[in-house]
Design a protein around this ligand. Structure first.
Ligand SMILES: Cc1cc2nc3c(=O)[nH]c(=O)nc-3n(C[C@H](O)[C@H](O)[C@H](O)COP(=O)(O)OP(=O)(O)OC[C@H]3O[C@@H](n4cnc5c(N)ncnc54)[C@H](O)[C@@H]3O)c2cc1C
Ligand SMILES: *[C@@H]1O[C@H](CO)[C@@H](O)[C@H](O)[C@H]1NC(C)=O
Ligand SMILES: *[C@@H]1O[C@H](CO)[C@@H](O)[C@H](O)[C@H]1NC(C)=O
Ligand SMILES: *[C@@H]1O[C@H](CO)[C@@H](O)[C@H](O)[C@H]1NC(C)=O
Length: 505
């Protein structure tokens, strides 16, 4: 073909694509609105309701405006939605609490966003000790609802985070050392499959789906209810935890790193306590500090496992106190200003001070140094270099509770690990574009260093992974593939779902 012909056929293709998209666009949303039970649950652009749903998305990078939002109110609605979308071959996204950070992690641009925002109720059965939680709940509302009963669940440490993405992506909680990932505490998932069938997935029914969904995210079906085992507070009348953040001068970093590594190795001796070690750079103040989050879920003040941290010199301030979980979760929301673009990247390594120190040194060089020099002073740049324990005490709950799909038993080789999160918030898409390659370089260099030391687990936590980090390929991929073949034979969640992490990337 000569050049003109190529150009002409490209134009023709482009023309067809535009027409097709315009057609599908109206076809998909109209098909949904025409179902009587859904008519008032479809939100079109240029309406207040639609704008409200776009705004509900935490990260501006992810806040994509779809052809329309559809907000099911029940499993039956959800079944009708998926059947209608599949019949019309409509691309779609899945939005629960909207706290995933990257473009097309929850909402879509070219497609329909299935939005669970109206399915935000929490129920509690005190006889069975099971909380039934809607996918569109925020953890804040779940904790508030359960508190009068003196119970809680393995949920988010930040109150604004949503239930649907958090649990299906694993879910690292205050209670994870004592009780495992959030997904390991799901007794039953109510799931709407690609063909609209509503099933329960638990130890006795559809056990393969139950296991695969514990980590499998949106690859297998639409979860419309999570039935979770609750955790009882020692004193139901005082359902508090002891928690807060201690801030230190940067000079304390090496001592705190040693204390952190020590904590991780000893966490099995006090499973009620957990921690997080992080460096924080604030652009407006041009300040770099190191912080330690500490918490004890049975409200024990100053448990001895934290002595080494608290004895470290350079302490500036602490917010450690006894308070209800739903108060602590406000602090752990990290005070993110609204309307910022966000980038999160992650890796996991053996618990080793060398990789922590390397990550922090690179953070200082590339983020607090290089990147900070490239963006304007009013760009609202906020970044963290965070370390979370990933202990055997935590991992072993997976198998004990019937198995999940996260594959950590194999990847950890029986050792304790450190879950590294590189995160950034910044104003404006232009600044985000400047930051992305630098963030990726930082993460790549940490990965390469860990590989060099022979301590890279080559495992990526889905809830912290950026697009392209392909966490599912590091999981028990076979388990998830088999469940996909059994429950989604037409590959609807690989073909038409345009958001989140897919099985084979
Ligand atoms: C401030 C902050 C703090 C955080 N803290 C933690 C933490 O302590 N521990 C932790 O583990 N993670 C944490 N996260 C990460 C968080 O777990 C993920 O962003 C998670 O995806 C949020 O859930 P969501 O419902 O808000 O997700 P959404 O962005 O709404 O959804 C993300 C993806 O999850 C899948 N999904 C969502 N709902 C369903 C459903 N009903 N059925 C099937 N698939 C579904 C879909 O693939 C969807 O694309 C935090 C995030 C933020 C922003
Ligand atoms: C559920 O969502 C509705 C609509 O956004 C809101 O008015 C209500 O307060 C929410 N309920 C809970 C328990 O958060
Ligand atoms: C952890 O909490 C449980 C339940 O309250 C308690 O039995 C146990 O003694 C606590 N462990 C430690 C080390 O404090
Ligand atoms: C911390 O300091 C206290 C009081 O000074 C002391 O009793 C304790 O042994 C110290 N703990 C550690 C782990 O250094």
């Amino acid at each position: 073909m000569n050049r003109n012909k190529v150009a002409a056929s490209c134009l023709l293709l482009l023309h067809h694509a535009l027409i097709a998209s315009a057609d599908t666009d109206t076809k998909c949303c109209n098909a949904l609105s025409q179902v009587p039970s859904l008519t008032d649950k479809v939100y079109y652009p240029d309406t207040e309701e639609y704008q409200g749903r776009v705004k509900s998305i935490w990260s501006s990078s992810a806040a994509l405006g779809p052809w329309c939002f559809v907000l099911p109110q029940s499993a039956e609605d959800t079944a009708t939605v998926i059947q209608t979308l599949v019949r019309n071959e409509c691309p779609f996204g899945i939005l629960s609490g909207g706290h995933s950070d990257f473009p097309a992690s929850n909402s879509v641009k070219e497609g329909v966003t299935i939005d669970f925002g109206r399915m935000n109720q929490t129920g509690y059965d005190p006889e069975k000790k099971i909380a039934s939680v809607g996918p569109g709940c925020s953890w804040q509302s779940v904790y508030e609802t359960l508190e009068p009963f003196g119970v809680t669940v393995t949920g988010g440490r930040a109150g604004g985070v949503g239930v649907g993405g958090f649990i299906t992506g694993g879910g690292n909680s205050f209670h994870s050392t004592s009780h495992g990932w959030a997904c390991d505490n799901v007794q039953n998932f109510q799931v709407v499959l690609a063909d609209g069938t509503v099933v329960n997935a638990n130890a006795d029914e559809h056990n393969d789906l139950w296991q695969a969904l514990k980590g499998g995210s949106g690859n297998l079906g639409l979860v419309t209810r999570f039935d979770m085992h609750v955790i009882e507070f020692p004193d139901p009348k005082k359902p508090n935890i002891w928690a807060g953040v201690a801030e230190y001068e940067l000079s304390a970093a090496d001592d705190l790193t040693a204390a952190y590594v020590d904590f991780v190795e000893n966490n099995h001796l006090d499973k009620n306590s957990s921690t997080m070690l992080y460096w924080a750079y604030t652009h407006s103040a041009r300040s770099l500090v190191v912080r330690v989050a500490m918490d004890n879920t049975v409200d024990m003040a100053h448990p001895p496992i934290f002595d080494r941290y608290l004895n470290t010199s350079g302490l500036i301030s602490t917010s450690l106190r006894s308070a209800p979980m739903y108060e602590i979760t406000v602090e752990f929301d990290l005070g993110q200003p609204e309307g910022l673009h966000n980038i999160w990247l992650t890796g996991t390594y053996k618990n080793d001070p060398r990789v922590i120190k390397f990550a922090a040194d690179k953070y200082e060089e590339l983020i607090a140094g290089k990147l900070a020099g490239l963006v304007a002073h009013d760009s609202e740049l906020v970044t963290l270099c965070s370390m979370f324990p990933l202990t055997q005490a935590m991992i072993e709950h997976g198998r004990a509770n019937g198995g999940n799909s996260m594959n950590l038993e194999a990847k950890s080789k029986g050792e304790n690990g450190v879950l590294f999160l590189a995160s950034l918030s910044i104003k404006g898409a232009e600044n985000e574009a400047i930051a992305l390659p630098i963030m990726k370089r930082w993460q790549d260099e940490v990965d390469a260093y860990a590989t060099l030391l022979g301590i890279n687990w080559n495992w990526r936590f889905l809830n912290y992974a950026y697009t392209g980090q392909d966490p599912i390929t590091t999981y028990a991929t076979d388990k998830i593939m088999v469940a996909s073949r059994n429950y989604d034979p037409d590959m609807v969640f690989q073909r038409l779902r345009r958001t989140g992490h897919r099985i084979l990337a």
